[in-house]
Design a protein around this ligand. Structure first.
Ligand code: HEC
Length: 209
C-alpha cells in the first residue's frame, strides 16, 4: 500500500484507524471504545453447516418431542434388554461342556502353549509354578478335593464355577471358554510331573485314568 493511500485512510475515518483500501467498503459505521468492525460475510461452508443444524433440529424436535421417539430411559432399557440377551447367550455357551468341541479345539490349536499362557496369567498366583500348589491345591499329584478324575469333563465345572467359599474363583465369568479349555489341557498334561516346591497332597486319591 502506498503512503498516499495510507494517509487517505487516516483522514477518511479516524486518526489512528488503519484500513486497507479494499476493505473500506466493509467498515461498519460505529466504534466501541475506539474499536471498529469490518463486516466480512460469513464463509459459505459455515452458513451451510448452520442451516443444516437448523433443519436437523426441526426433524429432531418432531421425532423426539411430537411423534413419540424414544427418550433416554427407553433407549437405556432397550440396550439393557439387548445386553442381557447377549449375556444369556454367552452364559449358555460357557455352561455346556461338549467334549467333541473341546477335542476339536485342542487339535486345531497349540493347546499346551496357550494353556501355559492362560495358566501363568490367571492361575499361577494361587496354584504356583507348574501346578505345584500354594493357596490353591497341587494340580500335579493324584489327590483331588473337587474332582473325581483328571479329565477335561471333570475339570470343566470346577474351573467354570470355582469353589468360591474356599477361594477358587469362578473362571466362567472371567475368561472365555477357549481359555478354560487351554487351562484344562495344560492341567491334564501336568499329571505325574514333580514341580520343585510341590504342596502336600489334599483331598482324596483318585484312580489312575
Ligand atoms: C485366588 C486363588 C486362585 C486362583 C487365582 C485360581 N485358583 Fe484354582 N483353586 C484355588 C483354591 C483355594 C482351590 C481349592 C478349593 C477347595 O478347597 O475346594 C482351587 C481349586 C482348583 C481346582 C480343583 C483342585 C482340586 O483338588 O479339586 C482346579 C482344577 C483349579 N483350582 C484350577 C484353576 C485354574 C485353571 C485357575 C486359573 C484359570 C485357577 N484355578 C486359579 C484357588 C485359586
Amino acid at each position: 500500500m502506498s503512503d498516499k493511500n495510507d494517509k487517505n485512510d487516516k483522514n477518511d475515518k479516524n486518526e489512528k484507524l488503519h484500513v486497507l483500501e479494499d476493505e473500506k467498503a466493509l467498515l461498519i459505521d460505529h466504534s466501541y471504545d475506539g474499536i471498529h468492525e469490518l463486516n466480512h460475510p460469513l464463509p459459505s461452508w459455515w452458513m451451510w453447516t448452520w442451516s443444516a443444524t437448523i433443519l436437523y433440529s426441526i426433524f429432531y424436535f418432531i421425532f423426539y418431542h411430537m411423534v413419540g421417539g424414544p427418550n433416554l430411559t427407553q433407549e437405556f432399557e432397550k440396550d439393557m434388554i439387548r445386553l442381557n440377551e447377549i449375556k444369556a447367550i454367552a452364559a449358555a455357551d460357557v455352561s455346556n461342556f461338549d467334549i467333541e468341541h473341546y477335542n476339536t479345539w485342542k487339535k486345531t490349536n497349540d493347546s499346551l502353549k496357550i494353556g501355559k499362557e492362560v495358566y501363568e496369567e490367571n492361575c499361577i498366583s494361587c496354584h504356583a509354578e507348574a501346578g505345584g500348589g500354594d493357596i490353591g491345591p497341587n494340580l500335579t499329584d493324584a489327590y483331588w478335593i473337587n474332582v473325581k478324575e483328571r479329565t477335561a469333563t471333570a475339570l470343566f465345572p470346577v474351573i467354570r464355577d470355582g469353589v468360591e467359599d474356599n477361594g477358587m474363583p469362578a473362571w466362567g465369568e472371567i475368561i472365555s471358554k477357549e481359555e478354560m479349555y487351554a487351562a484344562m489341557a495344560y492341567i491334564v498334561s501336568l499329571k505325574g510331573t514333580t514341580p520343585p516346591e510341590a504342596k502336600e497332597a489334599q483331598g482324596e486319591k483318585v484312580e489312575e485314568f
